[in-house]
Design a protein around this ligand. Structure first.
Ligand code: ADP
Length: 198
């Protein structure tokens, strides 16, 4: 099973990605987490990634695509994967399409977690204080929301036109939202997790 989860910053993508991945027994691959892990090393690439993230922009497609392709080639992705935060641009959609075609797999579903972008700002600021995320100050959050609207929201229409989009209301308790996601995936034709494991 190959699934993507999309949503504006602060919609709770990362939390839901982990729960979905656990439910279906596939790895959750978060490009944000990969980049955050990279930031701590002192290489020119790490410095470049850090500066981009702190400004709220997107890491280049070239770097991002290469990192994702390397990650998807690892053996734990053989049974499928859930991508959290990728693709985010049309060029990344193309790279993912090529990868799936090359490896002969379908893209089963693209989950769109729908959240009110004004409501996400306050929780993001709280998370920043807890996690010490340097890209979570109010100005950067506004930039990230704008970059999301400009570059990533158009992807929803691409996947909708392919019949792959599964829209889920992202408001509410964590468990409430994950149950909504599982139900929406089944309604979209994905097998329940118990059958999937067989
Ligand atoms: P959020 O969705 O909450 O903004 P993420 O953890 O998904 O956070 O991503 C954090 C940052 O990592 C992004 O603002 C961006 O700088 C970088 N990033 C993550 N995924 C991608 C991607 N697919 N393409 C380009 N940059 C990315």
């Amino acid at each position: 099973m190959q699934v993507v989860i999309m949503g504006p910053p602060g919609a709770g993508k990362g939390t839901q990605a982990k729960l979905i991945a656990e439910h279906y027994g596939i790895p959750a691959i978060s490009t944000g987490d990969i980049f955050r892990a990279m930031k701590t090393s002192d290489t020119p690439l790490a410095r470049q990634v850090r500066a981009i993230m702190e400004a709220g922009g997107y890491v280049s497609d070239e770097i991002t695509n290469e990192i994702v392709e390397d990650r998807l080639a690892q053996s734990d992705c053989e049974a499928g994967f859930l991508l959290d935060g990728y693709p985010r641009t049309l060029q990344q959609v193309q790279t993912l399409d090529d990868y799936l075609a090359k490896t002969n797999r379908p893209l089963n579903a693209v989950i769109s977690l729908v959240a009110d972008t004004e409501e996400v700002v306050a929780p993001l600021l709280r998370r920043a204080q807890i996690d010490g995320r340097a890209d979570d100050n109010e100005d950067t959050i506004r930039v990230r929301l704008q970059v999301y609207a400009d570059q990533t929201e158009p992807l929803l229409e691409v996947y909708r036109s392919r019949g792959a989009l599964v829209e889920v209301d992202g408001h509410g308790e964590i468990q409430e939202v994950s149950e909504r996601i599982f139900a929406a995936l089944e309604a979209h034709g994905e097998r329940p997790a118990a059958e999937y494991a067989r």
